[in-house]
Write a protein of this length. Structure first.
Length: 140
C-alpha cells in the first residue's frame, strides 16, 4: 500500500496536537477550549517564482485552571516560544471565576462553554458539562 504525503492541514493538525500535549503537561489545566480558529491559505505561482502554497494559522484558546491565580503571561510566553506554525492567543481563568461570570450571565464564557471546542478535560469528559443559556435581557 502506497503512503500518501500529508497535506499541509494534516501536518499542522499533528503539530497542533503535539503543542496541546506539551501545554497540558506543563500547566495541567482543568479544561482547554479552542474558541476561535483562523486559517488563511495562499497560493503563489508565476514566471519568476516557484509554485507554492502557504497556510497561516491563528487559534484562540481558553485554559481553565484549578486556581484563580493568573498565569496568562507565563502561558502566552510558552506558546510564543513553542508554537512556530502560526499564532496562538491564550486566555487563562480559574474555574471559580468562570463559574461566577457564567452565573452573572457573561456571554463570552457562556458561548465558549456551549459552543467552543473542548480540546482537553482533566476528568476525561469529552463535552462541557455546563449548558447555560445566555439571556440578553439580563446582560449587564
Amino acid at each position: 500500500m502506497e503512503m500518501l504525503p500529508l497535506t499541509p492541514a494534516d501536518e499542522h493538525s499533528i503539530y497542533f496536537k503535539t503543542f496541546v500535549k506539551s501545554l497540558i503537561q506543563k500547566f495541567q489545566p482543568q479544561q482547554l477550549f479552542c474558541f476561535a480558529k483562523k486559517i488563511v491559505s495562499e497560493e503563489t505561482s508565476g514566471c519568476f517564482i516557484d509554485h507554492g502554497y502557504d497556510h497561516n494559522y491563528h487559534r484562540c484558546l481558553l485554559i481553565v485552571t484549578e486556581s484563580n491565580t493568573r498565569i496568562d503571561r507565563e502561558v502566552q510566553e510558552f506558546a510564543n516560544f513553542h508554537y512556530k506554525q502560526g499564532k496562538i492567543t491564550i486566555l487563562c481563568h480559574g474555574k471559580e471565576s468562570i463559574a461566577e461570570a457564567i452565573r452573572a450571565n457573561n456571554k463570552f464564557f457562556i458561548t465558549i462553554y456551549n459552543t467552543g471546542h473542548l480540546l482537553y478535560s482533566s476528568d476525561g469528559m469529552t463535552q462541557s458539562d455546563l449548558m447555560v443559556r445566555y439571556i440578553p435581557t439580563q446582560s449587564g
